[in-house]
Design a protein around this ligand. Structure first.
Ligand code: SF4
Length: 946
């Protein structure tokens, strides 16, 4: 048979056909030259090693139901059978001899690194008891779930909503808040989805092809477009693998990118290489004129003239001066973009938007190029993510809660894209409440965040965090500061639905515990996933169901019913029941497709692991509104169609409450965008009315590391610490030996000319000083990074203390000391060494470098608008001092408090118009009722002591 997703037989010839997936025979490679056949079930699941959610096929051996390997799932429309190195490395994670297999409870003081095995029942009873007390005693902001690598969209949110707590925290403001902010203020959607495969020009502001967002699915489509003649332009401070594939590579001074894009926008305007009809219909030009040119005739042609004049200041020469690059490069970029027409695919995500103060304006400026050329939602253009992603919401959602946690959404950051998670330790130190139960979930907060020593101070303080529960498949620095360490499943040991905007289609994929599925196929009984997974590793879904049940054992809190079987009242819902309901009722087209093959929707998803919900999705802004959508909707003075809502309703996940679409000049009524005006907001009334009128239009904000602020004569540089290696998984690579074998060192990229001036050669130790401390690292003198900038990759610098648990594949042993007055020192006393384990490869370790934990030396630098931690650091570099050792870190946490206060003073606190804490159209994972958005109405918690 042909696979779903319209894959061609030509493409499929390297993959076993689905008819064979229950009985696939391969010869044992290790037995070569003998031919020893093994029979496998090929069971689909989803990679858990980055957000792309590529399809995997687990090869489960019929002899013993062990997993022998993972390969790509050809049925997956996003990844199309392909994976990066991290996908197949899932096999290492499953068989890692260092992984956590049993629930553990702290012994001794927190941070002692001593744990003992406990039963799941004991852990559940303790944790549930505390959560129940917090709920009953109305301390609903004292329970917090802090997520690193997310799983199923909406799952944890549903659990937290059922509990009635405001406790969803994310890692996003060390990741993508800056990028999201820029897109949000254009269109309400917070990410782009470029249609690379059909593009004429691809403009990437990152090392996207190499490691960036949706790495494998995007990279394969970028290469396809290149093969079809598309041009690739890359802005990257390094000559990354991505830049090396570019037709034009520009390496600007960090933070100057917006000036470059605005100069290109200015060129498009003055040469009229713009899509006038698109601008007239879809841009809120009327608001631009009202707010910025109220005395001019309020006409479209006048708007174009004024817009051209307003951006005329951004000349190529100006941009070149800001960016410290040749004018000719910017002229070339403008010429290429000018020829793209409606097929301009652009992307930025972390990179510059995550590095610089005002990074969100870099995103606004980049997307301006799409808007001007009308390449938004077109074939080969750039879409909003929401068009190309499908979230399956469980039909039975609990009522929205009515509280607002100031520990997540402090009043100083009313426009932050996501929770202000980097500030959590500082907010707790400020006395803005405490946490009774804190879940770190597949998350290593003290390692990955800036200012990790302040995290340690707070994690150790039981008056600030009553109970820390680390839900993790593998040891991390943070897990050793937990009270419970609970082992969660890897990609092949858990359920999740996943969907991401990999291309101009929508798909929903299914992660599943493959050995449990194999047991089911053979009629082998099991109670839950623990019976199939190694040790007592549990899948999270079942854990949350059981925990919720335990919090409300008699159902009196109204929580239990959301986790109760419909078919067997009074008993827990199984995962099969949950997904049967989800796939049967929330995924358009799936029941019919399944029926056509004589299957239930759940059987279909277990078989193929994915369903393509929609194909070739374009221009949904022009989607006519349905009668149901129009019923009761009336247009406001700007043509926004709204339905009546009360304060008791919750805003939709994104989109302004009550708004369903827009009426155009020609009378047509279409869905439009999720912005307040339902149009693309060249002029953002949100930014203007919430305190930032000078930044209401795409503009240029001088970065905190602009060239003017770096004293090169005093050996100051910009440190770029936020680039990734394509083979590493944040801090979870530790349990993937293949990946450590490939990537096991991270020198400081140092421009050769700069290094020579300092008298530094490759391999020399240098001391890199930030505002709060310093670290010591080895230099790599290279032409592959621009002068004035140094770069140190993310992922490395892993450590554990003597006698503490950890992953010996990647962690060195350190001495960790804190003086009475807040000076922390970390020093390696042992690198990585071979060790004995059940895996003979652990004795073959040839690498010894654990890397340098640079993030410890960074203060928090949250952008006052987006909340994004601005990763770039102004640093001073000198040769290592006498006595310095590789990997040394020293930090003064008193200074980190000072820097926190300085950046806090840059904010313009809420509430905004109407006494609101936050605009309703901006995303919030657990969305409370509209009343909670209003200061006067909400039962605010945690806001005291500010
Ligand atoms: S890009 Fe790599 S790590 Fe990410 S989901 Fe795909 S295979 Fe896994």
């Amino acid at each position: 048979m042909d696979l779903p997703g319209a894959r061609t037989h030509e493409r499929l010839r390297n993959f076993p056909p689905p008819e064979d997936w229950d009985n696939h025979v391969e010869y044992d490679a290790k037995a070569h030259p003998r031919k020893v056949p093994h029979t496998y079930s090929l069971i689909p699941t989803i990679c858990f090693n980055c957000e792309s959610s590529c399809g995997l096929l687990a090869y489960v051996d019929h002899d013993d139901l062990s997993i022998k390997k993972f390969e790509g799932n050809p049925a997956h429309p996003g990844s199309r059978g392909r994976n990066c190195a991290k996908g197949p490395a899932t096999i290492n994670q499953v068989h890692d001899p260092e992984r956590i297999l049993y629930p553990l409870k702290r012994v001794g003081e927190r941070g002692s690194g001593k744990f003992e095995r406990v039963s799941w029942e004991e852990a559940l009873a303790d944790i549930a008891g505390r959560i129940r007390a917090a709920i009953v005693e109305d301390r609903k902001d004292e329970v917090m779930y802090h997520v690193g690598r997310p799983g199923e969209d909406g799952f944890a949110e549903r659990v937290l909503q059922a509990w009635g707590v405001d406790g969803h925290n994310s890692h996003t403001n060390v990741c993508s808040s800056g990028g999201r902010s820029g897109y949000t203020h254009w269109m309400g959607y917070d990410r782009p989805s470029p249609d690379y495969a059909n593009a004429k020009v691809m403009l990437l502001l990152s090392s996207h092809l190499e490691t960036g967002h949706y790495f494998n699915p995007h990279a394969q489509r970028i290469m396809e477009a290149k093969q079809n003649g598309a041009k690739l332009v890359v802005l990257d401070l390094r000559l990354s693998n991505t830049a090396s594939h570019a037709d034009l590579w520009i390496s600007p001074w960090p933070g100057s990118e917006a000036a470059i894009f605005l100069s290109v926008a200015s060129y498009l305007l003055r040469t009229r290489k713009i899509d006038r009809d698109y601008l007239r219909r879809w841009v809120n030009w009327d608001v631009y004129m009202e707010r910025l040119h109220p005395d001019a005739p309020q006409e479209f042609e006048v708007f174009l003239e004024r817009l051209t004049e307003d951006y005329a200041q951004y000349t190529f020469e100006y941009a070149a001066k800001e960016a410290h690059v040749p004018v000719a490069q910017i002229e070339e970029l403008a010429r290429i973009v000018g020829e793209s027409g409606s097929r301009l695919a652009t992307h930025t995500w972390r990179s510059a938007a995550a590095g610089n103060l005002g990074g969100w304006q870099i995103t606004r400026s980049l997307f301006l190029l799409n808007v001007l050329t009308g390449s938004v939602g077109t074939v080969g253009g750039t879409h909003p993510n929401g068009w190309d992603k499908f979230i399956a919401h469980y039909p039975d959602m609990p009522e929205a809660n009515d509280i607002w946690s100031e520990k997540l959404w402090p009043q100083e950051y009313p426009l932050t894209t996501n929770e202000m998670s980097i500030l959590l330790p500082h907010l707790l130190k400020d006395g803005r409440g405490k946490l009774d139960v804190y879940f770190s979930r597949v998350y290593n907060p003290l390692w990955v965040n800036p200012d990790g020593f302040t995290w340690i101070d707070v994690l150790k303080d039981e008056s600030k965090i009553g109970l820390h529960v680390a839900l993790t498949p593998t040891w991390s620095e943070s897990a050793t500061f937990a009270d419970y360490v609970l082992p969660m499943g890897h990609a092949s040991e858990r359920h999740d639905t996943m969907s991401f905007e990999t291309h101009a289609s929508k798909w929903l994929a299914f992660r599943q515990p493959v050995q449990r599925v194999a047991m089911e196929k053979r009629g082998i009984p099991y109670q839950d996933t623990r019976d199939a997974n190694p040790g007592e590793v549990w899948e999270e879904n079942e854990f949350w169901f059981d925990l919720s049940w335990e919090i409300d054992p008699d159902g009196s809190l109204g929580i239990r019913r959301y986790f109760e079987s419909k078919a067997r009242p009074g008993e827990k819902m199984t995962q099969d029941e949950y997904y049967d309901n989800l796939f049967g009722n929330s995924v358009p087209g799936l029941p019919e497709a399944a029926e056509a093959q004589g299957m239930t929707p759940l059987e279909y998803m277990r078989k193929y692991g994915v369903f393509e919900v929609a194909k070739d999705v374009y221009r949904l802004d022009e989607r006519p509104l349905t009668e149901v959508e129009l019923e009761g909707a009336t247009p406001d003075e700007k043509g926004v169609l709204r339905k009546p809502v009360t304060l008791e309703t919750a805003p939709p996940l994104v989109g302004e409450a009550g708004a369903v679409g827009v009426v155009h000049e020609d009378g047509s009524k279409t869905a439009g965008w999720l912005s307040p005006s339902r149009k693309l907001e060249l002029y953002s009334t949100t930014l203007a009315d919430w305190g930032w009128p000078e930044h209401a239009t795409p503009g240029y904000i001088e970065s905190h590391v602009s060239a003017r602020k770096i004293d090169r004569s005093n050996d100051e540089f910009v440190l770029m610490p936020n680039f990734r290696l394509p083979t590493m998984i944040h801090t979870r690579s530790g349990n993937a030996k293949y990946l450590n074998e490939i990537s096991n060192t991270h020198p400081l990229w140092f421009n050769k000319g700069d290094a020579t001036k300092l008298g530094v050669a490759t391999g020399d130790l240098v001391r890199v000083s930030t505002e709060i401390g310093h670290f010591v690292v080895r230099a790599w003198a290279t032409e592959a990074i621009r002068p004035g900038v140094v770069g140190l990759s993310h992922h490395m610098g892993r450590w554990t203390q003597e006698g503490h648990p950890g992953s010996r594949w990647v962690m060195g042993k350190v001495d960790l000391n804190r003086s009475e007055d807040g000076i922390w020192k970390l020093r390696y006393k042992e690198g990585i060494k071979p060790f004995k384990s059940e895996d003979p490869d652990s004795e073959r370790i040839f690498w010894d470098d654990p890397g340098v934990h640079q993030n410890l030396t960074f203060p928090v630098q949250p952008d006052p608008v987006s909340g994004m931690h601005c990763w770039h650091q102004k640093v001073r570099i000198e040769k290592a001092h006498d006595g310095d050792q590789y990997g040394d870190v020293e930090v003064d946490v008193n200074k980190s408090r000072e820097v926190y206060r300085r950046w806090l003073a840059m904010t313009r606190p809420g509430p905004g118009p109407g006494g609101q804490r936050r605009p309703e159209f901006m995303m919030r994972h657990v969305t409370p009722k509209r009343s909670a958005y209003r200061v006067a109405e909400a039962s605010s918690v945690g806001g005291e002591g500010q």
